[in-house]
Ligand binder design. Structure first.
Ligand SMILES: [Zn+2]
Length: 292
């Protein structure tokens, strides 16, 4: 599943092709995404200009001149391609391989600047939904989301108060989108490693009795921000060289210190070995020697 840095990289790649351009035509070839694409989808989009392309957690949000917001999610396997004059590029690089089959091209936007933007999604867990800007705060997809991890308001005090009293593991708490929005399995593992915190530790142990942050919360927040920023930077550098954005691996993989590195020596040099465990059905990679 694409994670926040990948979605942000996609946003940065799509923005120059979409922002300020009008959608002349939208072709919906398959309405059966995670939720069916609404019948009035084309009518509400065609002829409208994209005023801005934003991101909230792992959702892309295209502000349309009509006052609607097009909320898009890549799901498990979604990706975009930008085409012009029969040449296509892919914004963003992915750790997991993406389909190259055009049979899974479900939605195609024809922009007034001559570009086409194609949404491809073999597993069809992605989604596209129009929401009136005035009602965006009531939108169920978005209104339960916690703070943006890269936003200024996300700090140790906020994370500690969200985790205070939680009996779940720290890893499970960080994956909870109400605690912090947009973090997925890979970057939670990486952030916990950088902060030297065990993924098995109780979430409540990053706060004191009053719900105030202790030194663990103070270490964890900068680690989360740093790992996301490094990944976005790696994605951005791949983006500049389109020959490398083949949709498969890219630079993200090289930034992982523990994820998918079971059995390798601890990259912190502590003489420990990276271990894989399963928490809530998902793999966790960590170093039991230096993550406490
Ligand atoms: Zn270690």
């Amino acid at each position: 599943m694409p994670e926040l840095p990948e979605v942000e990289t996609v946003r940065r790649g799509l923005a120059p092709a979409m922002e300020g351009a009008r959608v002349d035509k939208v072709e919906v070839r398959h309405r059966g995404l995670r939720w069916p694409i609404a019948k009035d989808f084309e009518k509400r989009i065609e002829g409208k200009t994209v005023d801005g392309l934003g991101r909230r957690a792992k959702y892309l949000t295209a502000d349309l001149s009509s006052g609607d917001v097009l909320v898009m999610h890549l799901g498990m396997s979604g990706s975009f391609r930008i085409g012009k004059d029969a040449k296509e590029t892919k914004p963003g690089v992915y750790y997991h391989e993406k389909s190259k089959s055009t049979a899974h091209d479900h939605v195609v936007f024809h922009m007034s600047n001559g570009k086409t933007i194609t949404f491809n999604d073999p597993r069809r867990f992605g989604s596209m939904k129009l929401v009136a800007r005035a009602k965006i705060d009531d939108e169920p997809l978005l209104n339960a989301l916690g703070p943006e991890p890269l936003g200024n308001e996300f700090d140790a005090a906020m994370l500690a108060s969200a985790c205070a009293g939680k009996k779940t593991s720290l890893k499970a708490a960080l994956l909870d989108q109400r605690v912090v929005a947009g973090l997925g399995n890979i970057y939670v593992c990486e952030a916990l490693f950088r902060a030297h915190l065990s993924p098995k530790r109780r979430a409540s142990t990053i706060a004191d009795r009053n719900g105030k942050p202790n030194e663990r919360a103070e270490a964890l927040v900068p680690a989360i921000k740093a790992v996301l920023e490094a990944a976005i930077k790696a994605g951005g550098s791949s983006l500049r060289d389109h020959r490398r954005t083949d949709g498969s691996l890219g630079d993200f993989q090289h930034t992982f210190l523990v994820y998918d590195r079971e059995g390798e020596p601890c990259p912190a040099g502590c003489k420990g070995t990276v271990k894989r465990i399963v928490q809530a059905g998902r793999s966790t990679f960590y170093c039991p020697s230096c993550q406490k």
